[in-house]
Ligand binder design. Structure first.
Ligand code: 4NP
Length: 140
């Protein structure tokens, strides 16, 4: 799961997807990363922590990290939140095999960045949750 800062959207996506996959009995390992390095080493934004906790998911122990080329080798699927994440990640792809792993979580729709709007965290949770359910249906 990849977004820009790895403190708002992708930590939610990691927590939600891992929760749903575990619940479905799938042996999936979910991780998240950002393409920007401002928050590396920090925990998720407290508003994301709260939005997840309100739905029974604890994301407070996650630690922000940068997306790296090695992720193309370690993961089967790389889900990004918006078109800018998409071009940032594709710019790091080494070949078609890497490129094929990269998709937007919501298909042709984007998960908007809630960073500047406190009221967007709960709706963004729901959008991400719907996207994760769709991915589970598609890939499980
Ligand atoms: P995210 O949101 O990409 O969903 O984690 C952002 C968090 C921080 C910043 C930008 C977006 N930032 O510029 O610090």
């Amino acid at each position: 799961m990849v977004c820009l800062g790895n403190i708002c959207r992708s930590p939610l996506a990691e927590g939600i997807m891992q929760h749903l996959a575990d619940k479905a009995g799938l042996d999936w390992q979910v991780d998240s990363a950002g393409t920007g390095d401002w928050h590396v080493g920090q925990g998720p934004d407290r508003r994301s922590v709260k939005a997840a906790a309100d739905e029974g998911i604890d994301i407070s122990k996650q630690v922000c990290r940068l997306f790296r080329t090695l992720d193309f080798d370690e993961f089967d699927l790389i889900l990004v939140m918006d078109k800018s994440n998409l071009s940032n990640v594709l710019a790091m792809a080494r070949n078609d095999e890497d490129r094929k792993k990269v998709k937007m979580l919501l298909g042709d729709k984007v998960v908007p960045d809630p960073y500047y709007d406190d009221n967007q965290f709960a709706p963004v949770f729901k959008l991400i949750e719907a996207g994760c359910k769709e991915i589970i249906k598609q890939y499980s």
